[in-house]
Design a protein around this ligand. Sequence first.
Ligand SMILES: NC(=O)c1ccc[n+]([C@@H]2O[C@H](COP(=O)([O-])OP(=O)(O)OC[C@H]3O[C@@H](n4cnc5c(N)ncnc54)[C@H](O)[C@@H]3O)[C@@H](O)[C@H]2O)c1
Length: 321
Amino acid sequence: MRVGVAGLGHWGPNLARNFAELAELAWLCDSDPERKDVASRYPQARFTQSFDELLGDPELDAVIVATPVPTHFDLARRALEAGKHVLVEKPPAMRGHEMEELVALAQERDLVLMPGHLLLYHPGVRRLQEMIAAGELGDVLCIYGNRQNLGIIRSNENALWSLGVHDLSVILYLLDEEPETAIALGRDFLTEGVEDVVFCYLRFPSGRIAHMHLSWLDPHKMRKITVVGTEKMVVFDDMELERKVTVYEKAPWRPSDRYGEWQTRTGDIFSPRIAPDEPLKLECREFLRLIGGEGDRRKVAEDGARVVRALDLLTKSLRGS
Ligand SMILES: NC(=O)c1ccc[n+]([C@@H]2O[C@H](COP(=O)([O-])OP(=O)(O)OC[C@H]3O[C@@H](n4cnc5c(N)ncnc54)[C@H](O)[C@@H]3O)[C@@H](O)[C@H]2O)c1
């Protein structure tokens, strides 16, 4: 499998490192010639400043897009049109209809279109999904995400698109449904038009609800997702080194001898062992597996589309339209 990575800024070199291990890293591309220094680590790969030159290689199977968000849609579309499988950093597009176009193009040409939703490959998030699917939590009632920190203060993407895309991808993956209501409130305190503090509320057709607090103006550094079920509650905390997942045997309980009255039940609190595998490596492996014909490539692309649709709805709400 011959792979090319476009965008060698902060994140792209991580993708290059993984694909150099897992496949044949054939091309490295960045419009900035200064990034050629990354290419010097991979003598087997050719460096180019031109995305078209990379696409022009008929032997190239797949393209990884790790450029700034506003360029994703255009580069992913061109790569699909050139017949390449595409792994594109999140979010692959900034509008629902653009994402639909990418999904349609990938399906028409039977190509893989995988959004780089890193957390979906995190062994801790996988564990959460397994627990939910096995019914261990009872019925899931609500999920909420906290993604807060002081910095990095961005000036081109707001907190919803920059931070919220992570939580949203996990929430939709865990609940496996699309929100019917999406409300977002926030403010652009530092840069006009770029919201740095955003609160989101989602309600799903099943009646389950979700919330996200997204901010880079906050004293806490939090990367946390909490799932509340009728039998158990679980927290995925990505700031923890060892206890990434904590299960609380806490639940509402209605004893039969006190009809109608709710009490709470509290049992053990424990942390299952979570494999320390690098989520990015698992994500890259999954991309290669999909190209190899394993897994469900259509679903991966469609799951990406529902994240962009939800972001679109939340943006409309945020802007009051
Ligand atoms: N999954 C994650 O956890 C995660 C983490 C960090 C960044 N990202 C994503 O990775 C992407 C890149 O982020 P970053 O922080 O590395 O950005 P960055 O600005 O550091 O790097 C982007 C690079 O792309 C290059 N570039 C821009 N337009 C190009 C084009 N048309 N062709 C070729 N190269 C081009 C720039 O010169 C730059 O070197 C973003 O989409 C970001 O959201 C994902």
